[in-house]
Design a protein around this ligand. Structure first.
Ligand SMILES: [Zn+2]
Ligand SMILES: [Zn+2]
Length: 363
């Protein structure tokens, strides 16, 4: 029997371009409204964040993108969101996701000459988004990609998401399954180890939808109670996401009641109550799975192997009763846990992390 849940995963893409983006020429491209409609009617996505390159978006085109998001949304079935890809030459790319297409949703332009090398800094973008903090969230795009890696120079509460799944592979870690070759030390795990708190999403980054198709698609699953722009955006902003390549396997994780995307914290005084940690996993595979791995601070802490062809929902829990918690949990202050689910034929899916944070005396 499947466990009764009040949320389920809605699947869609958080990185797509329309004919507003000039790269690669005009062939095979669709207008913003056509791109939303294709995702809804042919790819059967539950939502789409359209993310054209910001330096190319003129004011009238931004109005067109916002109007398309509104007209192509079908409450209960498909949520269309406006967004853009803040594009820098040396600090990487950042997708800016807006809650809806109302007047406050704007394109923040930074740098006196946007295309001059090195003039655009993500810190300025994030600071200028602060007045809109309840209606915007930002992701680090294709983090370790050779051509334009994310340098992880900026920490900011609005930088809440990272594109772990990308096109046909992952930017989880350099030696991880399905890893896209790229820059060492700029993978998502490197960022988590250095203290960034980002949830995981998947994006396809197709610039020519009609000519390339989406056979290696990466998608984001947002765990929400219903498919409306309001519900999906709130869950995305809270980091209640999973990320997947070539499947739509929902992967959910909680630790002692804290949902994924969240953090629980303890001090020396509350440590006894905090442990043992109760780590709960809930997985709904869409293709046969082969391994479920629990990752703790970048290491595989537990691996379960599956031979069956089953795609039945699974739930299980781990009890973390480390007798050495005094050392292992206080020497390293920020702990992150997430699930990596591997399937046949190279499909892969991830939960977002849950953090367990230690606050030392005097800090
Ligand atoms: Zn990009
Ligand atoms: Zn892009």
């Amino acid at each position: 029997m499947a466990e009764q849940k009040d949320t389920s995963a809605y699947w869609g893409d958080t990185h797509q371009h329309s004919d507003v983006s000039p790269c690669g020429g005009p062939e095979g491209k669709l207008s913003p409204a056509e791109t939303f409609a294709l995702m809804r009617d042919e790819y059967r996505h539950d939502f789409l964040f359209l993310t054209d390159h910001d330096q190319a978006i003129h004011d009238e085109q931004w109005e067109e993108i916002k109007a398309a998001a509104e007209s192509e949304t079908r409450p209960g079935t498909f949520s269309a969101f406006p967004g853009y890809e803040f594009t820098t030459e040396i600090f990487g790319h950042y997708n800016v996701f807006w809650k809806d297409g109302t007047a406050e949703s704007v394109v923040i332009r930074t740098g006196d000459k946007p295309l001059v090398f090195g003039r655009r800094h993500p810190r300025e973008l994030l600071q200028r988004l602060e007045p809109f903090a309840d209606r915007v969230v930002v992701s680090a795009c294709h983090p370790a990609m050779d051509a334009c890696p994310n340098t992880w120079r900026v920490r900011h509460p609005l930088l809440r998401l990272a594109e772990l799944c990308y096109a046909g592979g992952t930017f989880e870690a350099r030696e991880a399954p399905l890893a896209i070759p790229g820059k060492a030390r700029l993978y998502v795990q490197d960022a988590l180890i250095s203290g960034h708190r980002v949830s995981f999403i998947g994006g396809t980054d197709t610039h020519k939808l009609r000519s390339t198709g989406q056979e290696f698609h990466s998608l984001t699953g947002i765990l929400a109670a219903e498919n409306t722009p309001e519900a999906l955006f709130a869950a995305l902003k809270a980091g209640r996401t999973c990320a997947a390549v070539k499947c739509r396997t929902e992967v959910d994780l909680s630790i002692s009641g804290t949902p994924m995307g969240g953090a629980c914290s303890f001090t020396l005084d509350t440590m006894e109550e905090m442990f043992p940690l109760e780590i709960r996993a809930a997985i709904r595979p869409t293709v046969p799975l082969t391994h479920v791995e629990l990752i703790h601070n970048g290491e595989v802490m537990d691996r379960k192997t599956f031979q069956s062809q089953e795609t039945e929902p699974l739930t299980f829990s781990y009890t973390y009763e480390n007798p050495y918690i005094w050392n292992s949990f206080t020497n390293c202050y920020d702990h992150f846990f997430y699930l990596r689910v591997r399937h046949e034929h190279g499909a892969i899916a991830f939960s977002s992390p849950v953090w367990v944070l230690f606050h030392a005396p005097g800090e």
